[in-house]
Write a protein that binds this ligand. Structure first.
Ligand SMILES: *Cc1c(COP(=O)(O)O)cnc(C)c1O
Length: 387
């Protein structure tokens, strides 16, 4: 590799060198729970018990760190397990966290139900309103939690600006980079302290594995989170780590196609009869378009659409698509449709995070865009006919 390999070169090669013993080009999946010791405490390459370390997981962790040019990556059994370990590493009872008003529902539940019961308080703010963010930061605040673009309304917030505001208040600035992925957005380079991924989504990319990751540069915080990972045990399995590594190798080409397809679908939907509004940062009409163009290299594969016929129309549209599969989750090669207010966001109904009932979220896959457009067109026609 050259001294400064590009993104895809790192995605393909970091941590993925051929096996030294057999020459296998693809590193093996180390399905083992423990490792031979050549004498008591005399370990081969540091491996002993599998919760503490596994070569397949370590290979993925190198790859995860390399995607953002970071010093450290840690691979967890899910995105929420990663978030939990990070927050337990940073927060103590009495501390306070600031989150956005459209944070991922599972993150909100973790903070509002589990950390709240443990004595950690939180404030929900509009991350696009700097005054409001500054007003919410107080002496006990330890974490500012940022997610952009947000789910499902695709709000774009300024990572560099929020990092500055957070650092002025002495807090750790965390960015959930699941929607954009490091292929499109590099939060550490923009000033954030920690990146969180649900690798279940675009990094794995094939809807066949649940996983999460923490990526960061700070050595002390890394040791703290690594200890949580080991001591509480939410590690990824060797097979899951392998699947995630395999997915990451094609991340950049997938994100290119996801973004191109989503752009075309967003443009097709905008202004169409039956459509009230399209939420996609690649549209010039999107309030965060200019910021997204500056902060991201492409606009991603996620979009939401508000139907003008209210809840009924939204439900019909979601159920009448056929190339798009009706299912929760996102980021796989196949297109998915989700009705947030009764599916992914049902648990936040009645809170600050409730999603309007006429909104449908699309995770645009890498299929032929003409087939996706025909599907959307047909479902929209069948939605309005029966109204
Ligand atoms: C899915 C998701 C998570 C949680 O990850 P899991 O792998 O489901 O635990 C966190 N943040 C975002 C933005 C997500 O989409």
């Amino acid at each position: 590799m050259s001294t400064h390999p590009g993104f895809s070169t790192r995605a393909v090669h970091a941590g993925q060198a051929p096996d030294r013993t057999t020459g296998a080009v693809i590193p093996p999946i180390h399905l083992t729970s423990t490792h031979l010791q050549d004498g008591i405490g005399n370990l081969r390459e540091g491996y002993e018990y599998g919760r503490a370390g596994n070569p397949t997981r370590a290979a993925l962790e190198q790859q995860l760190a390399a995607l953002e040019g970071a010093a450290h990556g840690i691979s967890f059994s899910s995105g929420l397990a990663a978030e939990d370990a990070l927050l337990r590493g940073i927060l103590k009872p009495g501390d306070h966290i600031v989150i956005g008003n459209d944070v991922y529902g599972g993150t909100y539940r973790l903070i509002a139900k589990i950390f709240d019961a443990w004595g950690v308080t939180h404030s929900v703010v509009d991350l696009g309103n700097l005054r409001e963010v500054q007003g919410a930061l107080r002496a006990e605040t330890k974490v500012l939690w940022v997610e952009t673009p947000s789910n499902p309304l695709m709000k774009v917030t300024d990572i560099a600006e929020l990092a500055e505001v957070g650092h002025a208040a002495g807090v750790t600035v965390v960015v959930d980079n699941t929607f954009a992925t490091p292929a499109l957005q590099q939060p550490l380079a923009l000033g954030a302290d920690v990146v969180v991924h649900s690798t279940t989504k675009y990094l794995g990319g094939h809807s066949d594995v649940i996983g999460g990751a923490i990526v960061l540069n700070d050595d002390a915080l890394y040791e703290t989170v690594r200890f949580q990972h080991f001591a509480a045990g939410a590690v990824s399995s060797p097979f899951d780590a392998y699947l995630t590594s395999r997915g990451i190798k094609t991340l950049d080409v997938r994100m290119e196609r996801h973004s191109a397809n989503a752009q075309k679908i967003a443009e097709f939907l905008e202004g169409r009869a039956g459509v009230e509004r399209v939420y996609y940062p690649g549209l010039e009409s999107h309030p965060g378009h200019a910021l997204a163009a500056q902060q991201m290299s492409r606009f991603g594969g996620m979009l939401s659409v508000a139907l003008s016929g209210g809840e009924k129309a939204a439900r019909r549209f979601a159920e009448r698509l056929s190339v798009f599969t009706l299912a929760e989750s996102l980021g796989g090669v196949e297109s998915l449709v989700n009705y947030p207010s009764a599916m992914t966001h049902a648990s936040v109904a009645g809170t600050d995070l409730a999603v309007p009932e006429n909104v449908v979220r699309l995770s645009v896959g890498i299929e032929d865009v003409d087939d996706l457009l025909a599907d959307v067109d047909g479902a929209l026609a069948r939605t309005s006919k029966k109204r």
